[in-house]
Ligand binder design. Structure first.
Ligand code: ATP
Ligand code: MG
Length: 272
């Protein structure tokens, strides 16, 4: 579905943010992209839809190579990709419903298209999506009157209304409390499975990533250092991704053992 091959990005100031990343994501597969601050996670997902121009390498979505497209062709293909940002970039003065419908306009520029009439089927679909994400009772509320979790759900509905094949999600739970974070992750993973979407989710919280995302890709300084099951995140692997740290301290505060067990998973099980 999505194939990233030998992708590099060096910013104008000489900062090499990606140093040859290769990655495949299948339809219906949702992967967690983890790594320390500055590892290149945001750069990677923005290179996929060309919000950032890669320096070299290829990005293919289905049969289409996105790198190499420009103008109208690029805009058309971008509609196949839904973006959910950590700062839940909603239009504050508009209602929940209007924000979701704005997703229908894709990347064409909201204000340019504001006077275009929305098709009845778009409105129907927006209602169905708001029902699905649990916001049907807030349809007329302004975006600036919503909680963080509600805003993220609007962001999800807005990304899904364009019926994308791929979702790029940048830290969806960065400023949410633990319970809201889990419900947003649950919603995201369910929607990907229901709609056979491929998704890449940048996420800082390793425990949360392990709880919801079966496949984890670990990025360190622009290089993929781990690509495997969430259950394989041992202390050794976490060190290769994040650097030296006493990872046993994350295991329910017990500390001590270093027998290669996936420690964070051990903690999740202990909590249940
Ligand atoms: N516009 C830019 N110009 C120059 N360097 C940049 C730019 N954007 C990012 N970088 C650099 O590229 C590297 C990767 O940044 P990126 O934002 O992709 O990291 P990240 O993994 O998303 O980090 P975080 O977890 O903090 O969001 C960093 O060293 C950063 O300083
Ligand atoms: Mg980032």
């Amino acid at each position: 579905m999505l194939r990233i091959q030998a992708l590099t990005k060096t910013y104008k100031n000489g900062e090499a943010a990606l140093k040859g990343v290769s990655l495949g994501v299948e339809a219906g597969e949702i992967i967690g992209l983890i790594g320390p601050s500055g590892a290149g996670k945001s750069t990677l997902i923005r290179c996929v839809n060309r919000l950032i121009e890669p320096s070299s390498g290829r990005v293919q979505l289905g049969e289409v190579e996105l790198t190499g497209l420009s103008g109208g062709a690029l805009r058309r293909e971008r509609r196949r990709i839904g973006m959910i940002f950590q700062e839940y970039a909603l239009i504050e003065r508009l209602t929940v419903m209007e924000n979701v419908l704005a997703g229908r306009l894709g990347y064409t520029g909201f204000w340019n298209s504001w006077f275009r009439r929305f098709a009845a089927q778009d409105v129907q679909r927006a209602i169905a999506l708001l029902e699905r994400v649990g916001l049907i009772d807030h349809i007329d509320k302004r975006a600036d009157a919503l909680s963080g979790g509600q805003r993220q759900r609007v962001g999800i509905a807005r990304a899904l209304i364009q019926q994308p094949e791929l979702l790029l999600v940048d830290e969806p739970t960065a400023s949410l409390d633990p319970k809201t974070s889990r419900s947003v992750m649950r919603l995201l993973t369910e929607l990907c499975i229901e709609n056979r979407l491929a998704a890449i989710v940048n996420i800082h919280d390793v425990v949360l990533a392990q709880a919801f995302l079966p496949r984890i890709v670990g990025l360190n300084a622009g290089i993929v250092v781990y690509d495997g099951p969430a259950s394989g995140l041992t202390a050794e692997v976490l060190t290769s991704i994040y650097g030296e740290e006493d990872w046993t301290r994350t295991a329910a505060g017990e500390g001590g053992s270093d027998d290669g067990e996936p420690l964070v998973i051990a903690r999740m099980e202990a909590e249940q």
